[in-house]
Ligand binder design. Structure first.
Ligand SMILES: [Zn+2]
Length: 315
């Protein structure tokens, strides 16, 4: 176990306890809990566990799937929306790297739009036989060509990284000048995070090491070589699922196991019960997640940032 940090790894200011290990349901992940920076508001698992591989066993099933088939078709719909959102940012297709690409659904969509696609994944976590290159391992160790990508995306991956700040440096190195970076993370300052506390499904401990807010995420990017262009606060996918699943976790006392029932290999809680529960609560979840997004405290925050330098466009 690495020693606990005494200062914020983002801004260097002092820390205070945010939630202790017991209140966070962190099991077998060392003696730490969540600490919060007094200045930038970054929340993180302190100390950062050395080895979290045991917590990723069964994280993805066959061909990288994370959920049962009926849920997967909903996921596919949202990945298509992600691809369209990225594609709209550029005058024509270019080269994109999706860090933590999983089963590569967004990249498949982008490829069909004419993009040259690349992904990264933890060793053994990527789908087999994807129609594009997937690098396995840490970004920094891959030694990708400098200034070789028009876009880099991290969809709910940044919070999993052991050192997201050095990853930002590496992304800055491999992006072309003017290239775009898209990062989406759960928002620790969201209203749903405050209401549900340890039952907030997007806390996902200990896999989520760093817990950002719009402020701390923007600060991380501005400390690096990036200019924040846009912050988006509404997410139908993560905002609504955060409300429904966190409510289920709280009402049943099952905690994160309520969500695990949607994953492959754990049907103990009854996936159809959860789906019916979700459908009944959908109108409430939609209204709630819209309201918190309007207050800029949505369950997910998506940041669009541009690497400093002259915009060379695609090419
Ligand atoms: Zn800080």
């Amino acid at each position: 176990m690495s020693p606990a940090a005494s200062r914020c790894p983002l801004c260097g200011q002092s820390l205070s306890s945010y939630k202790n290990k017991k209140s966070c349901r962190i099991e077998n992940a060392g003696e730490g809990g969540l600490d919060k920076c007094s200045s930038c508001g970054l929340v993180f698992l302190n100390p950062v566990p050395d080895d979290l591989s045991a917590f990723y066993e069964g994280y993805r099933g066959e061909e990288g799937k994370r959920f049962l088939n009926r849920v997967e078709s909903v996921v596919k719909f949202f990945r298509r929306r992600r691809a369209r959102a990225v594609n709209r940012l550029f005058p024509r297709p270019g080269r994109v790297l999706d860090i933590g690409c999983g089963r590569g659904q967004m990249l498949r969509e982008l490829k069909s739009m004419g993009w040259e696609c690349f992904g990264t994944e933890f060793p053994g976590q990527a789908s087999k036989s994807l129609p594009f290159t997937v690098y396995e391992g840490d970004l920094a160790e891959l030694k990708l060509q400098p200034q070789s990508f028009d876009a880099v995306t991290l969809w709910h991956v940044f919070e999993h990284l052991k050192n997201p700040f050095s990853a930002l440096d590496e992304i800055g190195r491999i992006l072309k000048p003017g290239g775009l970076l898209v990062i989406s993370v759960p928002n620790i300052e969201s209203i749903q995070a405050k209401i549900f506390g340890r039952n907030w499904i997007h806390l996902d401990l200990p896999r989520h090491i760093y817990h950002f807010s719009p402020h701390s995420l923007s600060r991380a990017l501005q400390t690096g070589d990036f200019t924040v262009l846009d912050l988006r606060h509404f997410s139908a996918e993560y905002g609504m699922s955060g409300v429904v699943l966190s409510l289920g976790a709280a009402l049943t006392g099952k905690g994160p196991d309520f969500f695990n029932a949607l994953r492959n290999g754990d049907k103990s809680f009854g996936v159809y019960g959860i789906l019916i529960f979700s459908l009944i609560l959908a109108p409430f979840a939609a209204a709630f997640s819209t309201a918190e997004a309007l207050l800029k405290r949505g369950g997910e925050v998506i940041v669009l940032a541009r690497k400093s330098g002259k915009d060379t466009g695609i090419g």
